[in-house]
Design a protein around this ligand. Structure first.
Ligand code: XMP
Length: 509
């Protein structure tokens, strides 16, 4: 494996992606990781990430500099380079000119990290500090017009430092450099595949759990479904999934899950019909945050009372993914950094004294999808778009009533059918409808109508942090609008949301 030490770079997940693309496992850790912990991981190489601080600032993050003496190859990127240089006796200072964006990289010798790298290529720079003096034993390996030490190498000790960012796609030869580092320099093997991960995790869960029972909150989304499938493959009926129908689901959602996961894949699932308590508590509530709080509270109550019925359960499984874990590994590390729990069941383990298992906590979303395929989950489950925990409650602006839920459910079902038929479903991060709290005048068959308005929302995104409104073809939008107005009783106007995130958000509430 490759160990990545995170100094707070906005690109640290990208470094991990670049390594994993080569089927090599990597793990991101905070700079305060101890030498013993590093040794215990047996890394074949270490990558020091970039970061926003300046190494000469008083409280800038630092790792234990003895790591350079472990005999493990190290690649320092940007701030990681500055840390390496200053830890080994070189010096770093504020550059005369901040360098941001493209630069032409001139490589001196095409060997080691630079094997097969073109002598002249484009690299991506983002720094305000530069190397003033190299530590003993280091040589300049590449330069740009602005930055003399764009790369430095200590060949004997297998230490490499680069000022630019090889992990971003704008660095033309970046992928090759990372490949050279992990294979030629570190000698890694391409052994990280979802097949091997599945085999190993199934065994690990079996060992951790022993003969005990496990409970899992199943939402029907990709993460909880893949977690369920993996644990089911490991311990079979000792896993009980709890699916809470809160009355805020899409059309036939619980029914579809019953067929795919329970009937076809034989996963042990308890379906709890809790529509009454949820809808009862939500009656008359219009404030989005109040809706969320109520839904969270009732979910806890229902889940807990159902879980208590499963005698002898010792573990709670969750579908936490790696980005959530990384987000909480702060660059400054220390005891304050906590691992986030899934917000829908957060707090449950402590109260119920269950031990937590999170078999996906080292995976990115796309890896989870490959794993799901490996485990035999059906395509439509693997490629499901994210659906928020509070469900349709935050897509009905204003009061939630069963009539308004029916209208939105019918619109949503029709929209997804059209999006899927047009081949857009997988290409969109999310596509859904929002029921607005205003009515508009229309005309149907010479009659005046006074009905609801729905807004359609379709966005593209990589991680939901930012999103762009999808440029769906007008013809498709026209067909969807026509069908909704003609087929869904209670709607006489459809609008399309053309706002991006930021400054808007994906959901309307
Ligand atoms: P926003 O609306 O903040 O949404 O741009 C970002 C992503 O998060 C989802 N979302 C939620 N998911 N509980 C959830 O489980 C929530 O309360 C919630 N609010 C938003 C949203 O669907 C999008 O994918």
């Amino acid at each position: 494996m490759i160990l990545i030490i995170d100094f707070g770079s906005q690109y640290n997940q990208l470094i991990a992606r670049r390594v994993r693309e080569h089927h090599v496992f990597c793990q991101i850790e905070a700079p305060n990781i101890s030498l013993d912990a590093i040794r215990a991981l047996h890394p074949k190489g270490i990558i020091l990430s970039g970061g926003p601080a300046s190494i000469y600032e008083k409280n800038s993050p630092k790792a234990d500099s003895t790591l350079f003496k472990l005999g493990i190859p190290v690649l320092g990127i940007c701030y990681g380079m500055h840390f390496m240089m200053s830890a080994l006796g070189g010096s770093v200072r504020g550059a005369d000119k901040r360098e941001y964006g493209f630069a032409e990289l001139l490589v001196r010798k095409q060997e080691g990290l630079f094997k097969g790298v073109e002598k002249k290529s484009t690299c991506w720079m983002s720094h305000g500090d530069s190397i003033e003096r190299l530590p003993a034993g280091f040589k300049i390996a590449a330069s740009t017009a602005n930055t003399k030490v764009a790369a430095a190498v200590h060949a004997g000790k297998q230490l490499f430092a680069v000022q630019y960012h090889p992990e971003v796609v704008h660095t033309q030869m970046g992928k090759k450099m990372i490949r050279n580092f992990i294979f030629d320099v570190c000698g890694c093997k391409r052994s990280w595949t979802m097949k091997s991960f599945a085999r190993q995790s199934i065994e690990e869960v079996r060992q951790t759990v022993g003969g005990q029972k496990v409970i899992l909150g199943l939402s029907g989304g990709v993460d909880s479904s893949v977690t369920a499938m993996l644990i089911h493959n490991s311990i079979g009926r000792k896993l009980t999934c709890i699916f809470v129908d809160n009355g805020l689901l899409r059309k036939n959602e619980a029914q579809k899950l019953k067929v795919t996961l329970k009937k076809h894949l034989n996963i042990n699932i308890r379906f709890v019909n809790a529509r009454k308590p949820f809808l009862g508590a939500l009656a008359g509530v219009t404030d989005p945050e109040k809706k969320r709080k109520i839904i969270g509270r009732i979910f806890m109550q229902v889940f807990e009372s159902e879980a208590r019925k499963i005698k002898g359960a010792e573990f709670l499984a969750q579908g936490t993914l790696y980005p959530d874990v990384i987000e909480s590994v702060s660059a400054f590390g220390g005891p304050t950094s906590v691992i986030k729990s899934h917000h829908n069941v957060g707090g449950l383990p402590k109260k119920m004294k269950l031990k937590l298992i999170e078999p996906l906590k080292f995976l990115f979303k796309d890896e989870v999808r490959v794993l799901g395929k490996e485990l035999g989950l059906p395509q439509d489950l693997i490629w499901r778009q994210p659906f928020p925990g509070p469900g349709l409650a935050i897509r009905i602006i204003g009061e939630i009533t069963s009539r308004r839920l029916t209208v939105l459910r019918n619109v949503d079902d029709l929209l997804l059918e059209e999006i899927k038929n047009a081949g857009y479903y997988k290409r969109l991060w999310q596509s859904f409808a929002v029921l607005l709290p205003i009515k508009s005048v229309g005309v149907m068959g010479d009659q005046r109508t006074y009905e609801n308005i729905v807004a359609l929302r379709a966005v593209t995104s990589k991680d939901a942090m930012t999103a762009d409104w999808a440029k769906l073809p007008h013809k498709l939008l026209g067909r969807i609008s026509n069908r909704i107005i003609n087929e869904v009783k209670g709607v006489n106007r459809v609008v399309y949301d053309i706002s991006s995130k930021p400054p808007s958000t994906i959901e309307w509430e």
